[in-house]
Design a protein around this ligand. Structure first.
Ligand code: NAD
Length: 486
């Protein structure tokens, strides 16, 4: 496609069941594999956010009266439409995000699982009851929707992360406003069209685009009752604090620095497969990406094989057959990741494999190859900060205790995996580690839709986690009713 101005699509907001033009504040959306501008996205201002919040609130007043068994019928149809359009949605996702098509398909599959679980809302939303709590008095509890809920999502999972939120919120009887990442607005546009086709009443789901202005307006708006945020730690912390100050219920999932612990008894072939997928899948642009490999004792069989496989990883356009790793999302992000590699070298780490040899600034796409640093020390910048690129730092430690102390010393606590052939070691690691999601011989230990998803420490601000039963609790208010008849 040649992206001339006349061919470039300008995206719209989806408000109250209508596709509406945004204002003149338009920003380009690029294909990271080619650098081409593929769309323009309008950024919402305060008035536009007010308009969508008012529409979502009046839709909520009707939607909450619809029985839950009827509400989930829309989600059954949505699931069917997502299944039928999975390939198309995944292609759109790869075109704006860069990850490989297989990876995109996997994430859309995960998104569909969220809808499947939300279809179980008639059971999930049930309260409790107990007769005769006092003489002649019965007691029961119910869950009721909150009102207008808003979601703010990051660039790396434009189908899945928003679906951690809105299928649950809507099934609970709320209305919803999504403000996805301005870098990847095309996937949420397509998934909103499918939700419209599924027959959701006007205004129950709304889509707006933009950056900080739109987020701040949502947080401040008196009709918005709850904020679900997923993104980097500084913004998560800001959104958590500001939303709480405005009286909102809030869950804010932040960034990460994930450790992969390799024991000397790990199966080299299986461990390397898992480490490669964790560190280099989606070009390291995952909150669950392994970023520090903690080699316990003599782990040379794993490290030797890892280096050999990493050197032959095929980097290319995510849509091209055979590509195992796509580009980074933007030229700016590539520059940031290159900056981290430069810092690693400057601070004395040893690059065994240097991703800067793939692609360069000024190229059309935003490619970079996988990078492995050896002899990294815990105090180095590349060992401490989230890089969000395909850069793996090896830190050598003598035993499991030292590995656990290292991982628990991180301010983040999103995910970690241990590779070992010994059940006792794995059990001890899982018990002692201060991290929210733990894998044993896993690549990416991402909890499925029916479990909760969240890290600890600086990786999460809030109480109730994403999806699973936590989502039902987050998107509902509990009421306890005591009854006596004379
Ligand atoms: P980001 O924090 O830059 O943006 C996330 C969202 O916040 C976007 O919608 C963006 O428009 C908005 N935003 C950005 N700056 C803002 C500001 N100053 N005020 C208000 N809103 C603002 O994150 P990103 O680069 O899109 O995504 C990558 C980050 O997300 C990584 O740190 C990654 O670890 C994290 N992430 C975490 C999880 C998780 O489950 N913990 C999942 C996916 C991604």
């Amino acid at each position: 496609m040649t992206a001339t101005d006349t061919e470039i699509r300008t995206l719209k907001f989806f408000v109250n069941g209508e596709w509406r033009d945004g204002g003149a504040d338009l920003h380009p959306v690029t294909n990271p594999s080619t650098g081409e501008v593929i769309a323009r996205v309008p950024y919402a201002n305060d008035d536009e956010i007010d308009c969508v919040a008012v529409a979502a609130h009046s839709a909520f007043l009707k939607w909450r009266e619809v029985p839950v068994v009827d509400r989930v019928q829309v989600l059954y149809r949505y699931k069917d439409l997502l299944e039928k359009n999975l390939e198309q949605v995944a292609r759109i996702l790869t075109t704006e995000n860069g990850k490989t098509l297989d990876d995109s398909k996997g994430s859309v599959r995960r998104a569909i699982q969220m809808v499947e679980v939300a279809c179980g809302m008639p059971s999930l939303m049930m309260g409790q009851s107990l007769e005769n709590v006092s003489k002649g008095i019965d007691c029961h509890s119910i869950r009721q929707p909150l009102g207008v809920c808003a979601g703010i999502s990051p660039f790396n999972f434009p189908a899945m992360v928003p679906m951690w939120m809105y299928p649950f919120a809507i099934a609970c009887g709320n209305s919803f406003i999504l403000k996805p990442s301005e870098k990847v607005p095309l996937t949420p546009t397509r998934t909103a069209e499918l939700l419209q086709e599924a027959g959701l009443p006007d205004g129950v789901y709304n889509l707006v685009h933009g950056g900080k202005t739109a987020v701040d307006a949502l947080i401040r708006h008196p009709l918005v009752r709850a904020i679900s945020f997923v993104g980097s730690t500084p913004v998560a912390k800001y959104v958590y604090e500001t939303s709480a100050a405005h009286g909102k219920r809030v869950q804010a999932l932040g960034g990460a620095k994930n450790h992969l612990v390799v024991m000397p008894d790990a199966n080299p072939g299986k461990a390397v497969e898992a480490i490669m997928s964790s560190a280099f899948g989606a070009a390291g642009e995952r909150c669950l990406a392994g970023s520090v490999l903690v080699a316990v004792g003599d782990s040379s069989p794993v490290l030797d094989l890892l280096l050999e496989k990493t050197r032959s990883l095929r980097v290319g356009d995510g849509l091209a057959a055979g590509s195992e790793m796509g580009p980074l999302v933007s030229a700016q992000h590539r520059k940031k990741v290159v900056g981290y590699i430069e810092k690693g070298v400057a601070e004395g780490a040893e690059p065994l494999c240097d991703g800067r040899t793939h692609g360069a600034e000024g190229d059309d796409g935003f490619f970079i190859g996988p990078t492995i640093f050896d002899h990294v020390r815990p105090g180095m910048t590349i060992a401490r900060e989230e890089i969000f690129g395909p850069v793996l730092s090896i830190i050598r430690v003598k035993d499991l205790d030292e590995a656990i102390a290292l991982v628990n010393g991180s301010p983040f606590g999103n995910t970690t995996s241990i590779y070992t052939g010994d059940g006792k070691t794995a059990r001890e690691y899982a018990a002692r580690i201060e991290v929210g999601m733990v894998g044993v011989n896993m690549g990416v230990a991402a909890p499925m839709a029916f479990f909760p998803f969240s890290g600890w420490k600086q990786s999460f601000f809030g109480d109730l986690h994403a999806h699973g039963r936590d989502a039902v609790a987050f998107y509902t208010e509990q009421k306890v009713i005591m009854t006596r008849w004379f």
